[in-house]
Design a protein around this ligand. Sequence first.
Ligand code: DLL
Length: 435
Amino acid sequence: MIWNTEQECMSRGRLEELQLERLKWTVNRVYNRVPHYRAKFEKLSITPEKIKSLVDLKCLPFTTKDDLRGNYPFGLFAVPQREVVRVHASSGTTGRPVVVGYTANDLNTWTDLTARMVSLAGVTSEDVAQIAFNYGLFTGGFGLHYGLERAGALVVPVSGGNTERQLMLMQDFGTTVLISTPSYSLYIAEVAEKMGIDISSLKLKIGLFGGEPWTEEMRSEIESRLHILATDNYGLSEVMGPGVAGECACKCGHHIAEDHFIVETIDPETGEVLEPGQEGELVFTSLTKEAFPVIRFRTKDISRVTQDPCQCGRTTARMRKIIGRTDDMLIIRGVNVFPSQIESVLMTIEGIGPHYVINVHRRNFLDELEVVVELTREDLLEPYSKLEDFSGYIRQKLHSVLSINVRLKIVQPGTLERSAGKAKRVFDYRNQTAK
Ligand code: DLL
């Protein structure tokens, strides 16, 4: 079901008119209300009047996570604090978090956009939606919660963790939609299997997954183990949270809420704006946000955007699945390696599970990539010679895609840590290991 046909099926001409009107409004607000933006604009001799067409967006300065951190906690708010009714903060284990604020109108828009996004995936008022995202400063829980309610679903706000209980509620409440990170959904499947629950007997039919990168291979694994349609949705706190973009049932790219955000794709090295269809870093400008507008926010997420028509009839541009983050890309002895490339290989190998860890060390001045994988069955550990062959096979498969040699560590089933939220899979020790 299309949540709002008028907004989601606009002609490009009408959409661009609307975007320009809203961009002017936003630029005026940040210039007049946020000293940080005003100083940056003045440095480049830009005044709001310079924005005459959408092409002029290019003249505006980028905003980075450092800009946001530098104004911690409320320095970039464009409204007095009394008008802010909620804050969230971005994830991140180091340093100060980025704090984002919402006015009552912002919350209303956010709710509408997440309702739009869940409708894209096929959720309706007939559904029972179990939210296994954490509620708190993370935008996942609350963001999806209000959107699902507005879409009319029966919401089960169970939050993350306590997997056995999640499964009990799924059985007892007849949950039809699971909302979590993709990695947590696989852990739920694993626990169900251990508890002897026949997953195909559950009423689950749709997964709304997001918050972390995952590959098509991972999607196939989730779909076959949970017997669902696994859809991906994308968002980030700095821009709003979930609801920025989401897949429809065609699973051919995430529809971007272009009436509220302008997306650009740039070359992460030079900052040059790329043509539609070219792969690069996504940059977002908010068009309607009151409390925390962002101008050309550099996400570090790599994707490509297309305006080709979608079978579903919506006219909004679509972004491909995120392939990684510029800061996740590992450079191993000069070779660029994305964790998603490793995941794609591992997921096609029978006998190892979907949980893995990537460790990077530097030994004798040389970078070393270690991949830790988990066997799906204990009996695969024996005999040793068979295990050696298996290990050689995995290494060779990885080499054929990455063009570098990888150290492989095979561990017993259930050894690697499972997470109820975003999985942390890459550990780069190069700054800590002796040269
Ligand atoms: O993760 C918002 C969100 C919550 C989106 C729930 C979808 C569902 P942050 O904690 O600020 O916000 O993290 C944002 O997570 O820049 C991406 O690197 C990554 N990310 C989010 N969704 C996806 C996705 C939320 N579907 C950061 N695929 C972003 C790949 C994703 N990466």
